[in-house]
Structures are given as structure tokens and as C-alpha cells.
Design a protein around this ligand. Structure first.
Ligand code: ATP
Ligand code: MG
Length: 569
């Protein structure tokens, strides 16, 4: 490819709307252009990267025994009504009607479609196991599309679905996918970590997320350096922290005027925050949920929803608090009617002694409250977010916290969809059984963004060779020097013939402009051909990643030399 002909419009200015580095660089380097919020055109360079990632995904999926197919993006409402998700999916689903007023959606995911497909074609245990995948645009009307390709409303996903006779079969399928994902993200050059993920109502250790480590990631993960434990904070389990034994004191009301936060209350009363209990109120389909955690701890909404058996929770409005005879800023568990309100107390709170908590009256708190004596809970559970330094649930060592970008997820569905959609098979005894399913997703377009988040510098992108749009750029530096221009052309042709994906910057531009663009786009190797080097029979080869420059002899071995420089990156 000749740069003079390439459609890769680079920009000098950093576009104002871009917050994260991958978004900025993809706009500046001419990889993407916005069509609407969360929807982008992939320009030729981006498409090459996506195709490379897709190729790696295909090879690893095929190797793991999954078979590629392609389902429609537009899906009929009926199958979603049958599974019960048409009404619960909410505003994230793009819905449309055809000319006959029939309802459809743009697929946000394909469990319904694949399950109804397989149920029609698979009858016997002999046809199982089966694992199918596709690579396709997905549509989710995200509340906050942002960060360019990281959270789009149209994005490319690889999704696969496994069908087995039983849980033992599902375990095999799941482990194969887990290993394939490990290979895929390694081959893409990412620094990633598989972490235990929340599996919602299904529970158990039925899901892992593959997190690309990056400060810009929207997910928070915890990991232990002593053992192999790693989890999404949403999922990370916490055992109750023990508090030193103390004699119970008499419960006492105290005035805490104008103290709206737990920190303010503790400062006013000269108490350490660890001797306080704070409240967070949620609204749910089961009504008000009042949660209580230690003053310095944070509530984990996912754990709250799981503990109460509701799909999700949101902040409770003040009217709900008034109806429950309490008030924001002064909520406490003493005297709460646990039949009308779900009082959900964190397991660590129940170990505390002589604590301060709200008294459900404006400007009043209790001191010397003793949970085992004074608190009545509807549910006691682990509901807090793990923090840096909390004990690892496996080995007890203090955990570390990092941020990650979820690039993939593997999930045991068990019979959730096969039961709802009646996808059954006949077992060896001729008995009808629900198929046992798993689903596995990779954000292909998000993976491209994640790679840029990990590999960039002030000058631009630094592509891992395996997913770079091109491996090498040949730069003739003196366009007026016909000899070196002709030599550059020859080198370009020879590299292409040797199967190395190469571009030549044949534009009549100053070397500085060419170097800047080459760095911005992030070709792994830059080969400079100029009169100075040629005078000594040499090419100047610079690695984008390390910045190291090597003068390579322009002899019969030079292509092998470039290949080995690429392989070493
Ligand atoms: P998130 O929690 O980030 O919203 P998710 O858990 O809803 O993602 P899945 O349903 O597990 O996503 O989808 C599989 C993969 O698709 C994710 O691991 C992620 O890499 C990718 N993905 C999901 N939503 C988006 C999006 N809006 N834009 C780009 N990629 C996405
Ligand atoms: Mg996910």
C-alpha cells in the first residue's frame, strides 16, 4: 500500500470529545470516524486490525472445536417474549417494527436465537456436545456510550454458545473456552488477567471475565500476589472481619446537629470511623432495602441485589425513607420494622461492638449500639466492596486493586435458556432432558481499543506485531534523490513479495512529517531509505516499541534480518 493513496486521514489536533487515549489516537491516526454517539466507521487501518483480531479468534475457536455460523442481527420479538427477556431487557435494546407492525430487535446478544435454532435441529444425545460461534455487530443502546470503541452502541462481538448433555460436559466446554480465550488475548499481545466474575442469579463460580489491565478500565479488580486468586470487585467474597472483644455499654442517643456524613458524625463525636455503621438505601422490586456497612466500607450493589434476590437496585428516593420512618443521613438499624423494610446488614457489622449509628431522627445518632443486642436484620450477608488490603478469601494475604477493561467473558448458563425455551434432547434412556449451556463473548472492537490503551506513548500508537495494520513502513527520506527513491521502491516491493505487510510513504513530504505520521499510526518497524545510508549500503531500521535503531546491510540477507527484528518485538 502506498501512503499517497491510503485513506488514513491523520489529524494534528486532539479531538475535544475524546477522553481516553485509545479514542484520541484512533481519531488522530485516521482509524475511526464517528457516525453517531457510540457508532463508528472503521477506516481501512482499523479494519485491518479488526480482521487480524478476528483471525486469531477464529483460529483459536476452530482449534477448540467450535464451529462458525452467522445468525441474523434482526431478531423477532417472539423468542425474547418466550424467554421472558423482552420485558426485562429495557432501554438497552434497540427495537423496531416491520411493515406489518411485527416487533423485532437488533441483537444485543444471541442466547434466544441460538437456543431456538438448536432446539429445532438437535433431538438426540448423539448430536451433543455442540459449540457454535459467530463474529458480528451487536447493538446495545448503552446509557452512556463513551470512550470511543470501548463502550459503543454498535460494536463487534464474537459470541459462542455451547450445548451439552450434562454439567460435566459443560465443564469441559467451559474450560476449553477459558483456555482458548487465554490463547487469544496472549496472541493479541495484551497484558490481561482472567478474574472470577459475578454470575448473578445463577451463582456459584460460573463465570470469568478477561480483563485487560489499564487505568482507564471501567472495571475494578482485586488480585492476590501470594496465591492465584483474582476477581472482579463486584464478585470478590469477603469473610467478616473480627473486632476485638469489648464489654457492651448502654445504648445512648446523642445529638449530631448538621452532621450529614458518617465522617462528619465521627469527627463531631471524636470517634474513629471504624467504630461507626453507615447506611445506604436502595429501591428494588421488593421495596426499600436499607443496607448497613462499617463506616469506612462501601456497599456493593451487585451483592445487595444477589442477597435480596432482585435483578437490580437503584438509589431510594427520600419519600421511601419517610414512609419507612427514617431520614437520609440518620438512618439506623435500631428499631427498624424488618417485616416492612429489608434490613440488610453486612456480616462484618454483626461482629462490631459499641458502635455509632443513625437513630432515624434528624440530628440524632446512637452511640454504644451493639449489633448482636440492638440490631434486627432481615438478612445478614457479605455486601461490601473489597478494598485494597482486605484479606484474600483464599489465603488471607492482603489483596491488591487494579483497573481493567473487560475484553471477554465466559459464562455457565446451565439450563437457564434451555428450560425457558424448551431446548431438550433425548438421553440414552429415551428421556427428555434440557441441554446444559454456556455462553462466551469477546469484544473484538473493544480489544482493539484495549491494545491501544496498553501500548502507546506521547507520539502515538505502538501496535503489537500480531495485530498491527501493517508490520513495516518504508520511508524514502529524500524525494528529490531519484536513486534512493528507486531503492526504497525496490525494498518495498521485495518486502511485500516476502509476505511482510508493508507500506511505503511515497508522499512528497518532509521527513519530519512522515516520521510523525508513522509514529502516530504505530507501525512496528520503520525502514528509512536515504542517500546517507545507501552510501554505506545500509538501511536504517527503527523499532517503534523500543526506539532502538539498527543499520541493516542491504545485502541478500536483509529480508531475513527484518523478519527476525519483527519476531523479536
Ligand atoms: P460491560 O459490563 O462492559 O457492559 P457486558 O458484561 O455487558 O459488558 P457481555 O454481554 O459479557 O458484556 O459481552 C461480551 C463482550 O462484549 C464483553 O466482554 C465486552 O468485551 C464486549 N462488549 C460489551 N458491551 C460492549 C460495548 N458497549 N462496546 C464494546 N464492546 C462491548
Ligand atoms: Mg460481561
Amino acid at each position: 500500500m502506498r501512503i499517497s493513496e491510503m485513506y488514513a486521514p491523520t489529524l494534528r489536533e486532539v479531538p475535544a470529545e475524546a477522553e481516553v487515549i485509545s479514542h484520541k489516537l484512533m481519531l488522530r491516526a485516521g482509524f475511526i470516524r464517528k457516525a453517531a454517539g457510540g457508532m463508528y466507521t472503521y477506516l481501512p487501518l482499523a479494519l485491518r486490525v479488526l480482521k487480524k483480531i478476528e483471525q486469531i479468534v477464529r483460529e483459536e475457536m476452530d482449534k477448540a472445536g467450535a464451529q462458525e455460523l452467522l445468525m441474523p442481527i434482526v431478531q423477532p420479538a417472539e423468542i425474547w417474549q418466550e424467554s421472558g427477556r423482552w420485558s426485562v431487557y429495557g432501554d438497552e435494546m434497540f427495537r423496531l417494527k416491520d411493515r406489518h407492525n411485527r416487533e423485532f430487535c437488533l441483537g444485543p446478544t444471541h442466547e434466544e436465537l441460538v437456543t431456538t435454532l438448536i432446539r429445532a435441529d438437535v433431538r438426540s444425545y448423539r448430536q451433543l456436545p455442540l459449540n457454535v460461534y459467530q463474529i458480528q455487530n451487536k447493538y446495545r443502546d448503552e446509557r452512556r456510550p463513551r470512550f470511543g470503541l470501548m463502550r459503543g452502541r454498535e460494536f463487534i462481538m464474537k459470541d459462542s454458545y455451547s450445548f451439552d448433555r450434562d454439567e460435566a460436559g459443560l465443564d469441559v466446554a467451559y474450560n476449553k473456552m477459558y483456555d482458548a480465550y487465554t490463547n487469544i488475548f496472549s496472541r493479541c499481545g495484551l497484558n490481561f488477567r482472567p478474574v472470577e466474575a459475578d454470575s448473578g442469579a445463577i451463582g456459584g463460580s460460573g463465570s470469568h471475565e478477561f480483563m485487560a489491565i489499564a487505568d482507564s478500565g471501567e472495571a475494578e479488580i482485586v488480585y492476590c500476589e501470594k496465591c492465584q486468586y483474582a476477581a472482579n470487585v463486584e464478585k470478590a467474597e469477603l469473610f467478616p472481619l473480627e473486632a476485638a472483644a469489648e464489654e457492651m455499654q448502654a445504648l445512648k442517643e446523642v445529638e449530631t446537629p448538621n452532621c450529614k456524613t458518617i465522617e462528619a458524625v465521627c469527627e463531631f463525636l471524636h470517634l474513629p470511623v471504624v467504630k461507626s455503621v453507615k447506611a445506604v438505601a436502595f429501591k428494588s422490586e421488593k421495596g426499600l432495602i436499607l443496607c448497613f456497612v462499617r463506616g469506612d466500607h462501601e456497599v456493593n450493589e451487585i451483592k445487595v441485589a444477589n442477597a435480596c434476590g432482585v435483578p437490580e437496585v437503584e438509589m431510594a428516593p427520600e419519600e421511601m425513607l419517610t414512609a419507612a420512618q427514617t431520614v437520609g443521613g440518620f438512618m439506623g438499624p435500631v428499631g427498624m420494622d424488618t417485616t416492612k423494610t429489608i434490613v440488610l446488614i453486612d456480616n462484618t457489622v454483626m461482629k462490631m461492638h459499641n458502635v455509632c449509628c443513625g437513630a432515624n431522627k434528624v440530628g440524632v445518632h446512637y452511640v454504644n449500639a451493639n449489633p448482636e443486642r440492638d440490631f434486627k436484620a432481615t438478612i445478614v450477608a457479605d455486601i461490601r466492596l473489597m478494598q485494597e488490603g482486605d484479606p484474600c478469601p483464599h489465603c488471607g494475604a492482603p489483596v491488591k486493586v487494579a483497573r481493567g477493561i473487560e475484553v471477554g467473558q465466559v459464562f455457565k448458563l446451565f439450563t437457564k435458556y434451555s428450560s425457558a425455551l424448551k431446548a431438550t434432547y433425548l438421553d440414552e434412556a429415551g428421556k427428555e432432558q434440557p441441554m446444559v449451556m454456556g455462553c462466551y463473548g469477546i469484544g473484538v472492537s473493544r480489544t482493539m481499543a484495549a491494545a491501544i490503551e496498553q501500548y502507546n506513548d506521547k507520539d502515538g500508537i505502538i501496535w503489537p506485531v500480531s495485530i498491527a495494520p501493517y508490520a513495516v513502513i518504508v520511508v524514502p527520506v529524500q524525494m528529490k534523490d531519484a536513486v534512493s527513491v528507486a531503492k526504497a521502491e525496490e525494498v518495498y516491493q521485495q518486502l511485500c513479495q516476502a509476505g511482510i505487510e508493508t507500506v511505503i510513504d511515497d508522499r512528497d513530504e518532509r521527513p519530519g512529517v512522515k516520521f510523525k505520521d508513522a509514529d502516530l499510526i504505530g507501525y512496528p518497524l520503520r525502514v528509512v531509505v536515504g542517500p546517507k545510508g545507501l552510501a554505506e549500503g545500509k538501511l536504517e531500521v527503527k523499532a517503534r516499541k523500543t526506539g532502538s535503531v539498527e543499520m541493516v546491510d542491504l545485502d541478500s540477507q536483509y529480508i531475513d534480518k527484518i523478519k527476525s527484528l519483527l519476531a523479536a518485538l
